[in-house]
Write a protein that binds this ligand. Structure first.
Ligand SMILES: [Zn+2]
Length: 373
């Protein structure tokens, strides 16, 4: 490979390897990074999507504090980088630790060197409109940097009022960014919107001006082809999360094949996009979805748009997020020109220390979760 660079620039050995763009995880939750460290199963086992939220994720998020969040984020980011994922689009919630939570995530991402788009998912489910306002204000606190962009987050249509929807759209426009929200992940979201007089959560949010062009809609499992057409016309992104959808048994998002902008996310699972894509292709085959193959690559345009870079990776004007792979896996990872993984090893942090801290914080987190009912 012939390269040009500044005199004295470092050289990485790419002999016998492929140079590929860094992978994009277009929807995740770094806060669930301690789950691989033995999260106890919920009891009694959840029987519906809402029970999964109530017995698992809405207890986990309330148990988070600064130290457990930091440990979760560092472990999740380290695993992502080692898997060749160079950008995470995160959606965060920690209702007992709202103010300052995004700073914890921003520091973890910056320290280890991953590109990030961060937001707090505003919700009213614990503390009403005042809780949502605090969530939106937290989004405002994230300053952009060469490797970080703020988003405005909403949990989902079914946990916020019209006022919060309007406020989120207004704030996103003020900050020059977009809204990141779960949409039609389960029928519960659709039925809630219908109960409020809208055809569905998408139409409800559009009617409240909550979705500036470029906004990111996670899931869309229960959107119809006509609704995906609406998404296209509004210039919005959809993000499919195959392992999560399968695990939560919410169904396959059949209408996403009609989407013009559909990326791939992990929804809190380890951000190894090769594993996620394998799950996607397996499930897409069963569902007869022939357009699934482009979803991982589509994430590059989503991220390039947020950072004002050329949409095609590894081209003039593209982000300097590059992975060198060989037969054994990821050899080197470069994010924004910074070497973060070299010869398969994380060089921006001590993986043993990150794991030990995660193990210690996980024990504390499960104890706190146990006390939350
Ligand atoms: Zn999610």
């Amino acid at each position: 490979m012939v390269t040009t660079g500044e005199p004295g620039a470092r050289r990485l050995d790419c002999t016998g390897a492929d140079v590929v763009p860094g992978a994009v995880c277009a929807h995740t939750h770094l806060y669930s990074g301690l789950v691989p460290f033995g999260m106890p199963p919920p009891a009694p086992p959840p029987g519906s999507f809402l029970q999964i939220l109530e017995r698992v994720w809405w207890r986990l998020d309330r148990a988070l504090d600064a130290e457990s969040l930091r440990a979760a984020a560092r472990d999740a980011v380290a695993r992502a980088l080692l898997a060749g994922t160079t950008t995470v689009v995160d959606h965060h919630e920690s209702p007992e630790f709202i103010e300052g939570s995004l700073e914890v995530l921003a520091r973890a991402c910056e320290e280890l060197g991953i590109r990030s788009l961060l937001c707090y998912g505003a919700t009213e489910r614990n503390g009403g409109p005042a809780e949502a306002r605090r969530g939106l204000e937290e989004c405002r606190r994230i300053a952009p940097s060469p490797t970080r962009r703020p988003l405005v987050g909403l949990h989902a249509s079914f946990t916020v009022s019209d006022g919060t929807l309007r406020e989120a759209g207004r704030l996103a426009r003020e900050l020059g960014t977009v809204v990141h929200v779960h949409v039609a992940e389960d029928m519960a979201d659709v039925l809630d919107a219908r109960g409020r007089g809208a055809p569905g959560p998408l139409e409800r949010m559009l009617a409240q001006d909550a979705l500036p062009p470029g906004s990111i809609l996670a899931h869309g499992v229960h959107l119809s082809p006509e609704e995906v057409e609406l998404v296209n016309r509004a210039g919005l992104w959809l993000v499919q999360n195959p392992r999560s959808n399968e695990g939560n048994r919410v169904g396959y998002p059949r209408a996403l094949r009609f989407g013009e902008r559909v990326a791939l996310g992990t929804d809190g699972w380890v951000a190894d996009m090769a594993v996620e894509e394998a799950a996607l292709l397996r499930l897409a085959g069963d569902a007869g979805d022939e357009r699934a193959a482009g979803r991982l690559a589509a994430g590059h345009a989503l991220v390039a748009g947020a950072f004002g870079a050329a949409p095609a990776p590894l081209a003039e004007g593209a982000l300097a997020d590059v992975v060198v792979r060989d037969g054994r896996g990821v050899r080197h990872v470069v994010v924004d020109g910074r070497v973060v993984v070299e010869d398969g090893r994380l060089v921006t942090g001590d993986p043993d220390e990150i794991t030990r801290t995660a193990q210690r914080e996980a024990v504390r987190l499960w104890q706190r979760m146990e006390s939350i009912r």
